[in-house]
Ligand binder design. Structure first.
Ligand SMILES: [Zn+2]
Length: 223
């Protein structure tokens, strides 16, 4: 696994119109390379550790890809921003309606590369390039046959952006990405509006711990 840094050209993350409500949080934000961005985060949160953060990214990647293949996002919902969760839910519903199952056979992470940080007044956004390999195909459940893709393993890359409120401190304890409530410590179950079912903390808001807010393909990201 490689975990180097790369400078990032910031045009990729101009807020687009559908993120209108969120854009306010980025007023006065600084768009930084990952090295400078991690320094900015660590200056406000001394316990923040780059390698520990990337380990957490890895576990979130595994958990969400497993949930996606099972067509049941509940196990990953606690660390997904509401917008991301609803977009993925719609795709899961579509697969179910079409009686298709997406299989990511032999999925493995080849490298994690932080590519940029938006250090805002309200939120920090960290974008990580995830290089991985798998055979990606869809099974038609009515015939048992492959309806899309094939069983040849192919490398691919995705850009996952994690968001956390400015001023939130790293605790070193398990949190959203480990599916534990960062507020009360209970196993993380969230209600329809993304609150912990035990303590009602709005854990998917990013105001307690990192949440996954965007997943983009290479063609959507200008590096
Ligand atoms: Zn809780």
């Amino acid at each position: 696994m490689t975990t180097g840094d790369r400078d990032w050209i910031v045009t990729a993350i101009e807020p687009s119109s559908f993120e209108g409500a969120r854009a306010d949080g980025f007023l006065g934000s600084q768009r930084l390379s990952s090295g400078a961005g991690f320094q900015a985060i660590a200056s406000a949160d001394p316990a923040f550790d780059r390698e520990a953060f990337l380990k957490r990214v890895e576990s979130a990647f595994d958990a969400l890809q497993t949930a996606w293949q099972a067509r049941d996002l509940e196990a990953a919902r606690g660390f997904m921003s509401p917008g991301l969760y609803f977009a993925w839910s719609a795709q899961v519903d579509q697969l179910k309606e079409q009686h298709r199952k997406n299989v990511l056979e032999g999925l493995r992470i080849d490298g994690l590369l932080p590519v940029g940080v938006v250090h805002g007044r309200v939120f920090d956004d960290v974008m990580v390039q995830i290089d991985a390999t798998c055979a990606d195909y869809e099974i038609d459940e009515t015939t048992g046959r492959i309806a899309f893709g094939d069983k040849r393993p192919e490398p691919f890359a995705e850009y996952w952006t994690f968001q956390r409120g400015v001023g939130v401190a790293t605790t070193g304890k398990p949190g959203t990405l480990e599916k534990q409530c960062p507020n009360c410590g209970a196993p993380l179950n969230v209600n329809a509006v993304g609150e912990c079912t035990y303590c009602k903390a709005a854990v998917t808001s990013g105001k307690f711990d990192w949440v996954l807010s965007r997943i983009e393909q290479p063609e959507d990201v200008a590096l």
